[in-house]
Design a protein around this ligand. Structure first.
Ligand code: SF4
Length: 352
């Protein structure tokens, strides 16, 4: 089934192109070819334009330009770190919690993030989308399971579908009475904002169900004016926007960067939703941050940002056991004297 819009011409997909554009070093080319043979590479023109080629530690480059470090695996890493496969009753569906399913329809993205938790599913040689028969079976599964209240379109990136195919899908889900909420997880408005056309926005407006859009954004510099305009088109259409961020070493693992990002998201009418602890994905050890560090960053954010701008720090428990909040604790553990720590680190007694 050809679900993918053909307009991808300007995207850089080969290490040699990255070298030619000055986004990677010629001396690294052989290593990068080895990485690209294993994990997909794609850098949109919007993202390429944001990269500071003078800065060897540029946080945008670090997310999208391949590195030889991806060839290094560390203990505990695996191909399916969040256990999707163990909860998949039919192809394309992950049914982990009774009231909601993931619907993984397309296996391609506008960019390929170097830390991606589904990198083994969207890599070279993988199918680009579900077959027509598997698509019908997945929809039937949702129809037959009345307990499904929310369908989460993920992937790959569901906004890689053409607006026409996306509209057909949203209409099919809207026709299932027990589906109240359709949630779309996408990086497209951030990395390829030109795809957020009026037609695409219209496709996200069903007659009955609510559509929510979670956008993946890791650094304030990703919110360029053209991206903010795309987000405004979505928000103006009445689509609630949420932000998902992955905590990444060398990208956003300091409090000033996170604060700036959360403020930029809220200013763009995107409610910060999750700050994900990085998953145990093969070849991504160089992005991993200690949980204690993530908790310290969250505690620091609490003193700097309003509740509106606070994400929940979450960990996907390996093995398919779902997400749990892992933010810092504010209550003391003395059973005789309840104590609570305030946003600035001071402890106070609370009457029992
Ligand atoms: S857009 Fe999402 S699914 Fe695609 S590579 Fe990035 S993190 Fe992975």
């Amino acid at each position: 089934m050809n679900l993918i819009d053909p307009k991808l011409a300007a995207t850089l997909r080969h290490p040699a192109d990255l070298v030619e554009r000055g986004l990677a070093k010629a001396t690294d080319l052989a290593d990068l070819e080895r990485v690209a043979a294993r994990y997909a590479v794609a850098v949109t023109s919007d993202i390429a334009g944001l990269i500071d080629t003078e800065n060897p530690d540029d946080p945008i480059a670090r997310q999208f330009i391949p590195s030889a470090l991806e060839l290094v695996s560390t203990p505990g890493e695996n191909a399916d770190p969040i256990g999707d496969d163990s909860h998949s009753p039919v192809a394309g569906i992950v049914h982990r919690y009774p009231d909601r399913v993931l619907f993984k329809l397309v296996h391609v993205c506008a960019v390929y993030c170097r830390f991606c938790f589904r990198r083994e599913m969207v890599g070279p040689g993988k199918a680009t989308a579900l077959s027509e028969a598997a698509y019908r079976d997945a929809l039937n599964y949702i129809r037959e399971h009345q307990e499904i209240w929310e369908v989460i379109l993920t992937g790959g990136d569901p906004l890689m579908m053409s607006p026409r195919r996306l509209a057909e899908l949203i209409e099919a889900l809207d026709a299932i009475d027990h589906v109240a909420v359709i949630r779309v997880h996408s990086r497209v408005p951030i990395v390829d904002p030109g795809r957020v056309t009026d037609e695409l926005v219209a496709a996200l407006r069903p007659r009955r169900a609510s559509v929510w859009l979670a956008v993946h954004c890791n650094h304030a510099r990703e919110l360029a004016p053209v991206t903010r305009a795309a987000l405004a088109r979505l928000a103006d259409a009445g689509i609630p926007l949420m932000g998902q961020t992955v905590l990444l070493a060398g990208v956003n693992d300091d409090v000033a960067t996170l604060e700036q990002l959360m403020r930029a998201l809220v200013s763009a009418r995107v409610k910060p939703y999750y700050l994900h602890h990085p998953d145990l994905v093969r070849g991504t050890g160089h992005f991993r941050v200690a949980i204690a560090r993530g908790q310290a960053l969250m505690a620091a954010l609490r003193g700097r940002l309003s509740g509106l701008a606070q994400p929940t720090y979450v960990l996907d428990v390996p093995g398919g056991h779902g997400k749990v909040p892992i933010g810092p604790a504010y209550l003391g553990d003395d059973p005789d004297a309840l104590t609570v720590r305030d946003a600035f680190g001071e402890t106070h007694r609370y009457p029992l």
